[in-house]
Ligand binder design. Structure first.
Ligand SMILES: Nc1ncnc2c1ncn2[C@@H]1O[C@H](COP(=O)(O)OP(=O)(O)OP(=O)(O)O)[C@@H](O)[C@H]1O
Ligand code: SF4
Ligand SMILES: [Mg+2]
Length: 355
């Protein structure tokens, strides 16, 4: 479907909704810049759900917020970012603000703090819709709201209820419905399921499938739950220390991960039967001063000499996967000289880890 932007500039038919090229986001701090997003490139197609996974502190939320221009004071962006062909980094704050909600959406984690306890659900919808479409009729408000609630599995009989009359899971779905009622072309959902129990997660997966069938919304779904990614996402991006180290079709990445970090991440999750992801030896690096070469080398069981000195470039690999890993390159026939291929001694690994 060809969508029209608010200024009636047609987006390229069949082209990506979002294009990031060498995108960087950093926070200015007393210790120097925290490079939370450090040269990220990817495209998102219309209606596509891209899962974003990685350990705590790797920059997932910063990337999500950076894509929407929702960064705190003192943060800065650089590189290229296009939304429906428009250069987002050259937009003024006011123009970005105008696009929020109607074209770019964000689904937050804590629904209770975002829903006004004094307002009925119907009033939340009316307020949201009128803020962006001033002339919308009462009948249209109701029809659009009920449709969004239906997609989220909330019956129309609850339309006039108050937030406290719903369970936590239902409130979360209402928040998602409020983001979707404006039919944004792109939504960031930052851990929308963390506060919910496992049963509700199964519903969320079904809902994400319905969502694609009803709206043409593209989504960046940030989650620690790899099960949701495997079930509900078209592709998955794995982030480590500010970089997307592997991206590809979810099925392929889960069954044949190419990057050593992805493999360790999957292994730690599966072996410990947990949704937490912090079980690889060591911890992600300080992003004011990340390790040289591949940022994962101090923790990587496959690290070679070259990994400590030279950053691997992203390469297209089998299965539609793009990954930046020397070991993956060697596995696919890349010739490295003997010194470069020598395993990094464990001492070097632990010294680098402590540095
Ligand atoms: N406002 C801020 N000022 C300075 N540094 C920040 C700020 N927000 C985040 N950071 C730092 O940026 C890095 C990335 O943080 P971010 O919240 O994006 O990670 P994350 O992958 O979303 O982690 P989690 O899984 O815990 O949500 C971290 O090192 C974090 O400490
Ligand atoms: S580039 Fe080297 S250190 Fe980095 S993940 Fe691949 S093998 Fe491990
Ligand atoms: Mg986060």
């Amino acid at each position: 479907m060809t969508s029209l932007t608010k200024d009636q500039t047609p987006a390229k038919p069949g082209g990506p909704v979002l294009e990031a090229r060498d995108l960087r986001v950093w926070y200015g701090t007393d210790r120097g810049p925290v490079r939370a997003v450090d040269g990220v490139s990817f495209d998102l197609r219309p209606g596509e759900i891209l899962g974003l996974v990685g350990e705590s502190g790797c920059g997932k939320s910063t990337l999500g917020r950076g894509l929407l221009g929702l960064l705190p004071e003192g943060a800065a962006r650089d590189g290229e970012l296009r939304f429906q062909g428009r250069d987002m980094l050259s937009l003024r704050r006011k123009e970005q603000y105008r696009m929020r909600g109607s074209e770019l959406g964000m689904i937050f984690q804590e629904p209770l703090t975002r829903l006004n306890p004094m307002m009925r659900i119907s009033d939340h919808f009316a307020e949201t819709l009128r803020a962006h479409e001033r002339r919308i009729s009462k009948a249209d408000v109701e029809q659009r709201s009920l449709e969004a609630l239906r997609v989220m599995g909330i019956p129309p009989t609850r339309f006039r209820a108050y937030p406290h009359e719903f369970s936590g899971g239902m409130r979360q779905r209402i928040m998602i419905a409020l983001a979707l009622v404006l039919r944004p072309a792109f939504v960031v959902a930052d851990e929308p399921t963390t506060a919910l129990d496992v049963l509700v997660e199964a519903q969320i997966i079904r809902i994400l499938h319905n969502l694609r069938a009803t709206y043409d919304t593209s989504m960046l779904l940030i989650t620690h739950n790899l099960g949701i990614v495997a079930e509900a996402c078209d592709r998955v991006a794995v982030m480590y220390a500010g970089k997307i180290v592997e991206i590809g079709p979810a099925r392929e990445v889960f069954s044949r991960p190419q990057h050593s970090y992805t493999r360790e991440l999957l292994r730690s999750t599966i072996s410990l039967s947990t949704t937490g992801l912090n079980f690889i030896d060591g911890a992600p690096p300080d992003l004011t001063d990340p390790p040289s070469g591949c940022h994962f080398h101090p923790r990587c069981p496959d690290a070679m000499q070259i990994c400590a000195t030279t950053e691997p470039a992203p390469r297209d690999l089998p299965g539609g996967i793009r990954a930046a890993c020397w070991a993956a390159e060697v596995a696919h026939g890349r010739q490295l000289d003997e010194d470069a291929r020598r395993p990094l001694p464990r001492e070097a690994i632990s010294v680098a880890d402590e540095a």
